[in-house]
Design a binder for this molecule. Structure first.
Ligand code: MN
Length: 147
């Protein structure tokens, strides 16, 4: 990785590829990922920028590792546990261990956010039918998951 990558058009950085959020799957929609900093032994974290296009969403997931998130662009909603949170640029979010979370660009804008994770981390868990049933028992969450 270069010492300097300049900010470029459309929330990209010089020399940083924009890739699909995940190589395959149907649990997300219209999300791109850029790895801004790749960690090493002296800084064992990875710093990514995700962008959810208007109307899109990330995967509904949970995992043991935590995320430190800063919204960088646009607006949208985040499901965090049993809460639906309105977010906008520069808001900070901590996603705790094993808490269900999903980002949705529901406000007529893209939702772009920085996300810091450990290099060493467990794979995300996807909700099983009983997890979804439990979440959908909350009317607001049921509506959120239908958007
Ligand atoms: Mn996650």
């Amino acid at each position: 990785m270069k010492t300097l990558s300049r900010w470029a058009e459309n929330h990209t950085w010089d020399g940083v590829p924009v890739v699909a959020y995940k190589p395959e799957g149907t649990t997300f929609d219209r999300v791109t990922r850029q790895v801004l900093f790749e960690g090493d032994a002296r800084l064992p974290c990875q710093w990514r920028y995700f962008e959810v296009a208007d109307g899109g969403h990330s995967t509904l997931e949970r995992h043991e590792h935590v995320h430190a998130v800063m919204i960088l662009r646009g607006a949208g909603q985040v499901l965090l546990g049993e809460e639906i949170i309105e977010v906008g640029a520069y808001d900070l979010l901590r996603i705790p261990s094993l808490v269900w979370h999903q980002f949705r660009a529901t406000r007529g804008q893209p939702l772009g956010f920085l996300c810091l994770v450990n290099v060493t981390r467990d794979r995300p868990q996807l909700p099983q039918a009983e997890d979804l049933a439990r979440l959908r028992a909350h009317p607001a969450i049921a509506a959120f998951l239908r958007i």
